[in-house]
Design a binder for this molecule. Structure first.
Ligand SMILES: NC(=O)C1=CN([C@@H]2O[C@H](COP(=O)(O)OP(=O)(O)OC[C@H]3O[C@@H](n4cnc5c(N)ncnc54)[C@H](O)[C@@H]3O)[C@@H](O)[C@H]2O)C=CC1
Ligand SMILES: O=C(O)[C@H]1O[C@H](OP(=O)(O)OP(=O)(O)OC[C@H]2O[C@@H](n3ccc(=O)[nH]c3=O)[C@H](O)[C@@H]2O)[C@H](O)[C@@H](O)[C@@H]1O
Length: 466
């Protein structure tokens, strides 16, 4: 089946970039991205390309090229569903904050609402594609909702999880390691639906990299990939603590083990902890699934990845307090970076939030500078934790327009995100403006130790034992 009209429900970090790249690579397909969030759609439609809702290198150029040609953003969800032959569901699937599975299971209410809306609106056969990350076997729940409308419309469900990482989304979408498509292997219709999605991707991706599986393998592979990636970060972070006690350097250890081709060199950067909207959520979801099948040892094994990550964030703030003579009350600490990684404005589950919260509990005064994150986002992140009165957050923490303002007169600088630009700052100037002794706590290992110590800083680098 030659697809000509696609719709994507959810104009977020995944829906926006993913569909923009499909529109770019398939000029003959009309792609409409819909969302109930009017402000988000207005921002996608804005002519201020610096203010698109998602900042990703290269994305604004693609939106400029395709928007109005074959890429459209709209709040008219029903119309887009009605017109599309293939509907991607790319809505959020956060950790449940209520009821059964609270704090662990994925909240599928947005997915279910989409399925019900598709069921209600569709008058012709449709292919429904799970783009969101979902618990294994969700496709059967979606199918059950869609098949019980009684209007005779036939639906095929595909699983097509997204593996892009933020900050490199466009490159990841243009040159993915693989694309995964799961479908119904038992019927011809199921396999035809799989092929129609394969045909879309093979417009720019070599066929050998488009992998097809059954639905459940596809759904579970996404959770598995994120669990393995997060596990690597927790594993190297665990080693970073041993390095600090023993005089080893975690960067040397990473290099040494990464040269073993069985281990590989990627994803071995020790850090103040992993963040992002998905690693924690997806592992918690995996833990919940394992528990629900009575697989307690499996659940405990994966839960340890999260426990280690929490420990890494807490030990970073504990170390700041301990080094600053066991109290930070009334002391000024600059945060460079708030995003959960470089090259994104996304702050979801950023380790900076937890580290700030810990230090605010100790009555520190924090000034933050991040090249891409806006002030209100930072306050919203803190307010979400509900640790103190929102006004108190605004009194204790201020957001600065540049790095020199943020670091002026502070006792310590903490680096929370690995923005490349931090390396280019005039660190002598920063040192001159600070209280002495001047401390740097480099939670991402981005600065040069020798240079910092020559300037006069007392410099702590995560995972460095000397
Ligand atoms: N953020 C990332 O880098 C990645 C995320 N994922 C997965 O993709 C999914 C989406 O994630 P994000 O794009 O980050 O979420 P997001 O929160 O940025 O975007 C989701 C959008 O869906 C909209 N939405 C929710 N319910 C809707 C409905 N019924 N009708 C219309 N719009 C609706 C929301 O208003 C929101 O704009 C999640 O399952 C996530 O786990 C997968 C790979 C990467
Ligand atoms: O499902 C998702 O949402 C996505 O989750 C991650 O992508 P993302 O969270 O955008 O970014 P990563 O590059 O994976 O970084 C996640 C966190 O781990 C940290 N990290 C990563 C690598 C590393 O070596 N060390 C480290 O601390 C990063 O700083 C960041 O806080 C996966 O890499 C994507 O494949 C997946 O699609």
């Amino acid at each position: 089946m030659n697809i000509k009209n696609i719709c994507c429900i959810g104009a977020g970090y995944v829906g926006g970039p993913t569909m923009a790249v499909i529109a770019k690579q398939c000029p003959n397909i009309k792609v409409t991205i819909v969302d109930i969030n009017e402000a988000r759609i207005a921002a996608w439609n804005s002519n201020n390309f610096d203010a698109l809702p998602v900042f990703e290198p290269g994305l604004a150029e693609i939106v400029k090229e395709t928007r109005g040609r074959n890429l459209f953003f709209s709040t008219d969800v029903n119309k887009a569903i009605d017109e599309a032959e293939m509907i991607f569901i790319s809505v959020n699937t956060p950790t449940k904050t209520y009821g059964k599975g609270k704090g662990m299971a994925a909240d599928l209410k947005y997915i279910e609402l989409c399925a019900r809306q598709i069921a209600q609106v569709a008058k012709e056969d449709k292919i429904v594609v799970e783009k969101s990350t979902l618990p294994v076997r969700t496709a059967s729940a979606i199918k059950s909702i869609l098949d019980n409308t009684g209007n005779g419309v036939q639906f095929q469900i595909l699983s097509n999880p997204e593996f892009l990482a933020e900050g490199t989304a466009v490159q990841d979408l243009l040159f993915p390691d693989r694309v995964l498509i799961g479908g119904d292997t038992a019927t011809n219709e199921g396999q035809k639906a799989v092929q129609s999605l394969v045909e879309i991707y093979t417009n720019w991706i070599p066929k050998a990299q488009v992998l097809t599986t059954n639905l459940w393998s596809s759904e579970l592979s996404k959770l598995t990939a994120n669990a393995f990636l997060a596990q690597r970060v927790s594993s190297i972070n665990a080693m970073s603590e041993i390095c600090e006690k023993t005089g080893a350097d975690v960067r040397e250890v990473s290099k040494a083990i990464g040269m073993d081709s069985r281990i590989g060199s990627k994803f071995l950067n020790a850090s103040v902890g992993f963040g992002g909207s998905c690693f924690q959520k997806d592992i918690l979801n995996l833990v919940y699934i394992a528990k629900s099948y009575g697989l307690d040892e499996v659940a405990d094994y994966w839960e340890q990845v999260i426990i280690m990550n929490e420990h890494q964030k807490n030990r970073f703030s504990d170390n700041i307090v301990k080094t600053l003579y066991n109290t930070v009350s009334g002391k000024n600490i600059a945060f460079l970076g708030w995003a959960f990684k470089k090259d994104t404005n996304d702050t979801r589950e950023s380790p900076a939030i937890k580290v700030a919260d810990n230090l605010l509990n100790e009555q520190a005064l924090i000034s933050v500078f991040d090249p891409k994150v806006v002030e209100e986002r930072i306050y919203a992140d803190l307010e979400y934790l509900n640790s103190r009165d929102p006004q108190e957050n605004r009194t204790l923490l201020s957001v600065k327009k540049d790095q020199y303002q943020a670091c002026h007169n502070v006792h310590a600088v903490a680096i929370l995100t690995e923005w490349d630009v931090f390396k280019t700052y005039d660190w002598q100037k920063i040192y001159n403006g600070m209280q002495k002794p001047a401390f740097i706590f480099d939670g991402r290992g981005v600065l040069d130790k020798t240079l910092m110590e020559t300037i006069g800083f007392t410099y702590y680098k995560i995972g460095s034992g000397n």
